[in-house]
Design a protein around this ligand. Structure first.
Ligand code: NAI
Ligand code: MG
Length: 507
């Protein structure tokens, strides 16, 4: 569809600040036992600015030797020294201090995140950095509120003997935390906050594409005064650093966010030692639009649901199911919205959508579009990668699809939505569930009966009504089916990092 004008492209990537320029020139170091240490081997990984394709930094590819050092440090910090002696209220104060430091450095962190990941700086300021701070503050409060229960047993014993039984939650131990590149600092904070609240220790591995804010966070962790070894940060590739971390015998738990493919590998690798595993994986989340809605309002919501963060969101509303009566109007609205989005380099204040994170991701998304065309789908808007430097893909709306097409079945993780018509509620519930994933869904309607009938039928960890991607730290978050298991955030997020011990005393 060459009649469609390309979205307005903002200028070249603006210059970076002196503080960020200094930071990205740091030599490759790993945070082990409270110190920035040189990696064991010589392997390095280049880090790119996705808007200009220029290399901006170089990081270490930590090897098994580095992983072993970091796990030993985390083990020592967990078992002895100041950390296990610390009162919950003292951990709480430390976490608050870290949140304070993030707040004080918010402008620099937002710039660094935008440069590294490609996302608009306005988004990093509004979502990523405040979100990271919020996770820390929310979980700080939990440190002093972890409870067990006293239990009335029906045990029979010798006359006169009574039982006092209770449960306690204990920290699970040394946790390997592996995170993706779509919300780098937010994911790091989301993972570390419950570790710090419960008294666990961590070896954190950021994604190789976006390690910079995690490294800056490491500096702030030292500055906040956490004891050495409580948080260790290793940069490196998944297949090397990540795999060595997962295989390490002294890791008690693995917390992973990323692809379903790697989640399965991790679950298998954890089996011989039965490490605890929590997995937050991919999705192909349905957005279901019932006929009573105002099409233009819903179109704006549906566009936001899939195009936010260039579609690189695990809960992206990537499958749009629209009731026949409003289909054309909603599609028109979403297409219009997609054409009005300002696509450009992240550091440009005017940019509303940045490039994808990497060349690989851009090529992956373009290959999906190609396969969609080849299988007979129609591109209603977008569909191309602009001819310019940077890993850009224009926001894209695809219609005339069927449930067997690859673009309908697989997670694209880019700014691409596939839209289908439906007639009946029962039919749409079945279609919405016709996916290996079950992370999230949204239903758009004010018909109370219809909404209440639909919500229980949807197999997903989160269902939104008249909104999408409203993720709050107090609300448990996680997947059904192949979107993973375990729930992060809220009380459930604390429970994820504890073992439950039952104590039964004859008295
Ligand atoms: P990935 O799952 O390979 O990477 C995520 C993290 O896992 C990174 O830190 C990576 O280094 C690590 N990793 C990779 N292989 C590993 C291994 N064998 N052992 C231990 N750690 C390992 O994701 P990738 O390749 O960057 O993206 C591929 C697709 O995954 C995307 O197109 C998207 O569909 C999905 N994805 C989903 C995310 C989500 O938030 N649910 C986030 C990132 C990607
Ligand atoms: Mg991968």
């Amino acid at each position: 569809m060459n009649a469609i004008p390309a979205p307005h492209l903002a200028s070249e990537q603006p210059a970076i600040s002196a503080a960020v320029a200094r930071f990205v020139q740091r030599p490759p170091r790993l945070l082990i036992n409270g110190e920035w240490v040189a990696p064991h081997g010589d392997a390095r990984i280049p880090v790119f600015d996705p808007a200009s394709e220029r290399q901006i930094a170089e990081i270490a590819n930590a090897d098994a030797h580095d992983v072993d050092r970091a796990v030993r440090a985390a083990r020592a910090a967990f078992e002895s020294g100041p950390w296990p002696q610390m009162l919950p209220a003292e951990r709480e104060v430390l976490i608050w201090r870290l949140a304070e430091l993030l707040e004080r450095n918010a402008a620099e962190l937002a710039e660094l995140e935008s440069l590294d990941n490609g996302k608009p700086i306005a988004m990093a300021r509004m979502i990523d950095i405040p979100g990271a701070i919020q996770h820390l503050r929310y979980m700080a409060g939990w440190a002093s509120k972890i409870e067990g229960a006293t239990v009335q047993t029906s045990l029979r014993a010798a006359p006169g003997t009574k039982f006092h039984a209770y449960t306690v939650r204990e920290p699970v131990g040394v946790v390997a935390q592996i995170i993706p590149w779509n919300f780098p600092l937010l994911m790091a904070a989301l993972k570390l906050a419950p570790v710090l609240a419960t008294g666990c220790t961590s070896v954190l591995k950021p994604a190789e594409q976006t390690p910079l804010t995690a490294l800056r966070l490491g500096e702030l962790i030292i500055e906040a005064g956490f004891p050495p070894g409580v948080v260790n940060i290793l940069t490196g590739l998944g297949e090397t650093t990540g795999a060595a971390l997962v295989a390490h015998p002294d890791v008690d738990k693995i917390a992973f966010t990323g692809s379903t493919e790697v989640g399965k590998l991790i679950n298998i690798a954890a089996t011989p030692s039965l490490k605890r595993v929590s997995l937050e994986l991919g999705g192909k989340s349905p957005v279901i639009v019932l006929p009573d809605v105002d099409p233009s309002t819903v179109a704006a919501g549906a566009a936001q649901a899939v195009f936010f963060n260039s579609g690189q969101v695990c809960v992206a509303g990537s499958r749009l199911f629209i009731q026949r009566k409003v289909f054309d109007k909603v599609i028109e609205g979403v297409s219009e919205a997609s054409r009005s989005i300002v696509v450009g380099p992240g550091l440009d204040e005017r940019t509303q959508m940045g490039p994808l994170v990497s060349e690989e991701q851009r090529d992956r998304v373009m290959a999906y579009l190609q396969s969609g065309r080849a299988q007979g789908a129609t591109i209603a808007a977008g569909g191309e990668a602009p001819q310019r430097k940077g890993y850009f893909v224009n926001p894209t709306v695809v219609v005339d699809v069927n449930p067997d097409m690859k673009i309908v079945r697989e997670e694209i993780f880019g700014p691409v939505v596939v839209a289908q018509r439906f007639d009946e509620l029962d039919e749409v519930a079945k279609w919405a569930n016709d996916t290996p994933y079950g992370l999230a869904a949204s239903v758009w309607s004010n018909d109370l009966r219809a909404v209440q009938r639909l919500v229980p039928k949807i197999k997903a960890g989160t269902v939104w009504v008249n909104c999408h991607a409203m993720i709050d730290v107090a609300l448990p978050f996680g997947g059904y089916k192949q979107s993973g298991f375990g729930r992060e955030q809220g009380r459930a997020g604390i429970e994820l990092y504890t073992e439950l011990k039952s104590v039964c005393m004859a008295v």
